[in-house]
Design a protein around this ligand. Sequence first.
Ligand code: ATP
Ligand code: MG
Length: 293
Amino acid sequence: MPTNEIRNRTAEATKYVGNTPFAEEDGSERAETIKRVQEPQHRPKVSIKGVNAWFGSKQALKNINLEIEENTATAFMGPSGCGKTTLIRCLNRMHEMTPGAKAKGQVILDGIDIYDKSIDPVIIKRRIGMVFQKPNPFPTMSIFDNVAAGLKLNGVKDKKLIREIVEESLDGAGLWGEVKNELDKPGMSLSGGQQQRLCIARALAMQPEILLMDEPTSALDPIASSKIEDLVHKLKEDLTIIIVTHNMQQAARVADRAAFMYLGELIEYGFTKQIFQNPEQELTEKFVSGKFG
Ligand SMILES: Nc1ncnc2c1ncn2[C@@H]1O[C@H](COP(=O)(O)OP(=O)(O)OP(=O)(O)O)[C@@H](O)[C@H]1O
Ligand SMILES: [Mg+2]
């Protein structure tokens, strides 16, 4: 698969960038073997444990507990202001970048707490990529440079390798065919849907294991949206996807599991079908049947 290929090559290219327990862990076959022998068969990709978040004195998340399975797509749903964006921003340590914002609790990624003091947040952002509601290509950069930027920033100098990863990432994001002859054009010259796939390619170039998508289709028309939804299906073969969506049909189409949030709390989490067809909580039932507010 192209995405795995990207991951291997980018990992190789950026192996010595950043001094992190992850890099050491990834590099050691022996440690990997010991880990496999010692640990139980099943471990979630991400465990969110007792996460609380604030903006100044305002509490935006209240004791969130959730486990995300590898190679699945999980939808975060709920009315505006319930904390969906805040929660995904807590998953790659972006929340704390907002002045006055803080988070408490644990986010365990492959058994390691990303909030541990020894962890470099930069590495977390590389392992957990993000795509935003509004496509945000770097405005002064070409299509090529938009995808290559992160690699260059991480010290990758090999031009041939950068070119290959850019092509593979654009291919992984379903955009290569449309842009292969105009890589030098500004990223901003693309349509909204293409720009969003460019942003996905930019994220893929960093070989993330998790891709956070915050309402990635809300600014797109139905055709561009359905391309992104198709991508989610394809990408989750290699990655773990968490997608915030207001669109319940979209959640039903793309997500294996769904979480319903309300006023900063996680009300219900389960298989998408169960959440939609047989929710346990009255609030969830009201939301999924459109009786809310
Ligand atoms: N930068 C900020 N400063 C202060 N409060 C904020 C900030 N961003 C969000 N909040 C507050 O935190 C709470 C959660 O907001 P969040 O953006 O996570 O909600 P959301 O579920 O993503 O909403 P939407 O569906 O509208 O995007 C809200 O009450 C919001 O007003
Ligand atoms: Mg939001």
